[in-house]
Ligand binder design. Structure first.
Ligand code: FAD
Ligand code: NAI
Length: 481
């Protein structure tokens, strides 16, 4: 007798495991199929997907360690603390990261037990001629999991994404690495090359720069951080290149990449000139592509869009009845929190509830130092859409807490509709931007105006007062700047 579930999720990343837990909470029999052991010492399947194993969590662990090292070397002194000959043991730093990953991935297995979600280890794929008639006359999808057929009324595809490859560069995750290898170096490379000055390039470039690598980042686009508000990108460029010494070269065209005994040679063109970057390790971080490998979409006619993503509507329905898709494998930003919200939304829609995911209020965070965070529209997007707005902008140099912390780089910028005052976007570059942005997300979710924020009591002294002052500055009545 084949195993049978109300809801079967394919993929145990943030989109998938959250969908499975929520479905179980809503009373469904739920299962989650996951194929990857990642670095599990026993070779057992690990939950948490890219995010927990080779993405968000390990990168933030290394960012924290490397930032402390950086502070000990450069920031303690202003407080009168001398820390001479500070050393870093990369193996311990990486081991700490691995322990955090192990703890969290194990935690999800525990959450599965607690919520009675069945974990089905193995690769999942749609079996041809889905939707057979079951005993009760109910339609069900047939999914092959490691050679066994499992039946499910609803299927949620949450198979995530994988690193985009560049022709002619073969990633071995020893010398030429994608995110997985770049999170596990066992020593600081003397010369680190990075292809792509996007989120991974900047975060992992920062990690290895702080602990002593010479980092050169080669970026194809002529503009730096084109997705961010231009004022934020300009400030970030100044800090990362001039203050922190990241060597970022924009507008390059990558040519031949050769791996030799001593490292890697990257030939590239910049304008009319040809250059060669010699490095000991190379990180390739040029975006990610949806992962539908071996999913058997063709077996059941599951429609993909022109970028290979599973095509879905605003509520993550695919073209097939009772087949849903969430997370990196569908349109929208490739962010863990976006995938998790979609997972919850779909489970609730299956239960007949009003699931919702507000795509207009999905925050972005880049965990460099200073951090960069935003939600809503940039000033440039508002201008090109012809929307009239008022802007308020407050530097952290005018914030008492930031001064006390000795970290005054950056600003908060708020954009509000010129007529209604409704907040349209908030952009932060500065210490703790990742936490500060939540206030703006809540404000936008509740359709707040800048005046609403201006009238809210913010604790003193806190960095959040910069948000308060930015809101006041929309009306040109800031009190401390
Ligand atoms: P994934 O996490 O990719 O999980 C999909 C899972 O499905 C995988 O475990 C895979 O093995 C499994 N799978 C695939 N196909 C099958 C199949 N057929 N059968 C069984 N199992 C299958 N996002 C943030 O929001 N914040 C961050 O700070 C952040 N940092 C990042 C840092 C790095 C270095 C990287 C690479 C990404 C980062 N991201 C971050 C992005 C985040 O990791 C992804 O958006 C998120 O993991 C997507 O979740 P998902 O569930 O859609 O897919
Ligand atoms: P990305 O899309 O952020 O950046 C890729 C960069 O590579 C772009 O600037 C692009 O112009 C450049 N590029 C593309 N092709 C190139 C080429 N041939 N030569 C040189 N440069 C080239 O992608 P990245 O950094 O790989 O990260 C993937 C995704 O993972 C992100 O888009 C994001 O969704 C997620 N992520 C999120 C994080 C966060 O939320 N803090 C952290 C890390 C990743």
């Amino acid at each position: 007798m084949a195993k049978q579930f109300d809801v079967l999720v394919i993929g145990g990343g943030p989109g998938g495991y959250v969908a499975a837990i929520r479905a179980a909470q809503l009373g469904f029999s739920a299962a989650c199929v996951e194929s990857e052991p990642y670095a599990d010492p026993k070779g057992e399947v690990r939950l948490g997907g890219t995010c927990l194993n080779v993405g968000c969590i390990p990168s933030k662990a290394l960012l924290q360690s490397s930032e402390l090292f950086e502070q000990a070397n450069h920031s303690f002194v202003m407080h009168g603390i001398s820390a001479e000959a500070v050393k870093i043991d990369v193996r311990t730093m990486v081991k700490r990261k691995e322990n955090i990953v192990t703890q969290l991935t194990g935690g999800i297995k525990h959450m599965f037990k607690k919520n009675k979600v069945t974990l089905l280890p193995g690769h999942g794929s749609f079996v041809p001629q889905g939707l057979p008639s079951l005993g009760g006359g109910e339609g069900a999808w047939e999914i092959d999991v490691a050679g066994e057929t499992v039946l499910a009324k609803h299927v949620i595809v949450a198979t995530g994404s994988k690193p985009r490859q560049i022709d002619g560069i073969s990633v071995d995750n020893k010398v030429i690495c994608d995110n997985a290898g770049a999170l596990s170096f066992d020593a600081v490379p003397k010369r680190l090359g990075v292809v792509g000055a996007g989120v991974i390039g900047l975060e992992l470039g920062s990690v290895w720069k702080r602990v002593g690598a010479e980092v050169t980042i080669l970026e194809a686009m002529p503009d730096f951080l084109a997705a961010a508000d231009a004022a934020v990108a300009k400030e970030a460029w100044k800090v990362f290149t001039k203050k922190q010494g990241l060597d970022i070269r924009l507008g390059v065209k990558i040519g031949k990449v050769t791996q030799g005994k001593k490292g890697v040679s990257v030939e590239y063109e910049l304008g009319d000139e040809s250059h060669v970057l010699e490095c000991d390790k190379l990180i390739v971080s040029v975006g990610r592509v949806p992962n539908t490998d071996g999913l058997g979409c063709e077996n059941v006619g599951l429609k993909l869009d022109d970028r290979g993503r599973v095509e879905v509507d605003d509520q993550c329905r695919t073209n097939l009845p009772n087949v849903w898709a969430v997370g990196d494998v569908v349109r929208g930003p490739m962010l863990a929190h976006k995938g998790m919200e979609e997972g919850v939304m779909v489970a609730e829609l299956i239960a007949g509830q009003a699931g919702h995911c507000n795509y207009d209020a999905v925050p972005w965070v880049i965990y460099t130092h200073p951090e960069i965070a935003w939600v809503g529209k940039t000033e440039q997007q508002l201008q090109s859409a012809g929307i009239e707005y008022r802007a308020g902008k407050i530097p952290f140099s005018a914030n008492g807490r930031a001064l006390g912390q000795g970290d005054t780089t950056g600003f908060v910028k708020m954009l509000a509709d010129a007529k209604t005052d409704r907040i349209l976007g908030v952009h932060i570059i500065g210490n703790n931007a990742s936490e500060l942005i939540s206030e703006a997300v809540v404000a936008m979710e509740f359709h707040a105006s800048s005046e609403d924020i201006a009238r809210i009591v913010h604790a003193h002294p806190t960095l959040s007062e910069a948000m308060h002052e930015a809101a006041l500055d929309v009306d040109k009545r800031s009190l401390h700047f």
